[in-house]
Ligand binder design. Structure first.
Ligand code: IPE
Ligand code: IPE
Ligand code: MG
Ligand code: MG
Ligand code: MG
Length: 297
C-alpha cells in the first residue's frame, strides 16, 4: 500500500532531520545550560517535522539530493519551534502542553523560553549562511525566503499579531483567511519554495508551487482548527479547546464544524490539482497533502 510506504518515508526523513538537528544545536552541557536545555526540550519533543519534510520532498521533485537540502530543512524546523515556544507563552496563547510535554516556559520559566526562541531564530539563519556546500547566491535566496516568511508584514509574526487581535473583535472571513495565510501559510510556502530553489525548478513551476503552498498552508491551519475543537490531549500533545476558550477567530467559529470539514476537502482537492500541473511528477507531495488532511495530531 502506498500509504504504508509513505509513512515509512516520513519516519525515515524525521530521523534524518532529528539527527542533523542534534548536530546543529549546542549540547545541553554547553553554557548557558539553562538556554540549551530549554531549546532541546522543545525541539526534541517529537514534532511531526512537516516543514523540513516539505523542503526535502520538494527538493527531490526537482532533483536536489536530500544531503544538499538537509540543513535548510532543519533551519525551517528551528524557526517553527521558536514560533511554537513563543506562541505558548502566557502573554500569547498561554498553553502548558506542547508536543506531549510541558511547554518551555512551564518547564524552564518565561525568560528562558523567550531566550530559547530568540536563539533558535538566529541559529536558523546561521545554519543556512554557513552551509558551504550550497552556492552563496542560493544561500542568500533561501535566507530571503525564510526571513520574509517569518518576520515581514505578510509573514508568520504578523499573522500571530492578527491572531491575538482576533480575540478582542469580530473577524470577517477575509480577515480569517489572512490570519491563516500569514501565521501558518507563509512558512509552509517558503519551505516549498526553498526546496524548489535548491532543485532547478523553472519560474512556471515556482508559480504553481506558490499556489500549491497557499492551499496546503490553508489546509494545514484548517485541520489545526478542527483538531483543536475535536481532538484529545493524548492525540494532540497539546490542550484541545484552547481556541474557543481564548475566543479566537477560527474556521469553526465562522463556519461551523461540518462546513469547515467540507472546506478542508475542497482545499485538499485544489492543492492536488496544482501538483498535477507541475512539469515533474510529485507523488510524495500528494501523499504529504493527504497526510495533512487525514492527520489526527
Ligand atoms: C502547529 O504546527 C502550529 C501551527 C502552525 C498550526 P504543527 O502541527 O506542525 O506542530 P508540530 O511541529 O508537529 O509539533
Ligand atoms: C500557531 O497557531 C501558529 C504559529 C505561528 C506558531 P496556533 O496557536 O493555532 O498553534 P497551536 O494550535 O497552538 O499549535
Ligand atoms: Mg496561537
Ligand atoms: Mg497556540
Ligand atoms: Mg491551533
Amino acid at each position: 500500500v502506498p500509504s504504508d510506504k509513505f509513512n515509512d518515508l516520513l519516519s525515515e526523513l524525521r530521523t534524518l532531520v532529528d539527527t542533523r538537528l542534534d548536530k546543529i544545536v549546542p549540547s545541553e552541557k554547553m553554557e548557558p545550560v539553562l538556554l540549551h536545555s530549554a531549546i532541546r526540550w522543545s525541539l526534541f519533543a517529537g514534532g511531526k517535522r512537516i516543514r523540513p519534510t516539505l523542503v526535502i520532498l520538494t527538493g527531490e521533485v526537482f532533483g536536489a539530493h536530500r544531503e544538499l537540502t538537509l540543513n535548510i530543512a532543519c533551519a525551517f524546523e528551528l524557526i517553527h519551534t521558536y514560533s511554537l515556544i513563543h506562541d505558548d507563552l502566557p502573554s500569547m496563547d498561554n498553553d502548558d502542553l506542547r508536543r506531549g510535554r510541558a511547554t518551555c516556559h512551564v518547564k524552564f520559566g518565561e525568560a528562558a523560553a523567550v531566550l530559547a526562541g530568540d536563539a533558535l531564530q538566529s541559529l536558523a539563519f546561521a545554519t543556512i549562511s554557513q552551509d558551504e556546500s550550497i552556492p552563496a547566491d542560493t544561500r542568500l535566496k533561501i535566507i530571503a525566503e525564510l526571513s520574509r516568511a517569518a518576520g515581514t508584514p505578510k509573514g508568520m509574526v504578523a499573522g500571530q499579531c492578527f491572531d491575538i487581535e482576533s480575540e478582542q473583535k469580530q473577524t470577517s472571513p477575509e480577515e480569517l483567511d489572512r490570519i491563516h495565510r500569514f501565521k501558518t501559510g507563509a512558512i509552509i510556502s517558503a519551505a516549498i519554495r526553498s526546496g524548489a530553489i535548491m532543485g532547478k525548478a523553472t519560474e512556471s513551476d515556482l508559480i504553481l508551487l506558490d499556489s500549491f503552498g497557499e492551499k496546503l498552508g490553508l489546509l494545514f491551519q484548517i485541520t489545526d482548527d478542527i483538531l483543536d475543537a475535536t481532538s484529545s490531549a493524548a492525540d494532540l500533545g497539546k490542550t484541545p479547546g484552547k481556541d474557543a476558550k481564548l475566543r479566537k477567530a477560527t474556521y469553526i467559529t465562522l463556519y461551523g464544524l461540518d462546513s469547515t470539514r467540507e472546506r478542508a476537502e475542497k482545499v485538499y482537492m485544489q492543492a492536488l490539482q496544482e501538483l498535477d500541473k507541475l512539469s515533474r511528477p510529485a507523488e510524495n507531495l500528494k501523499f504529504l497533502t493527504e497526510f495533512i488532511i487525514k492527520r489526527n495530531s
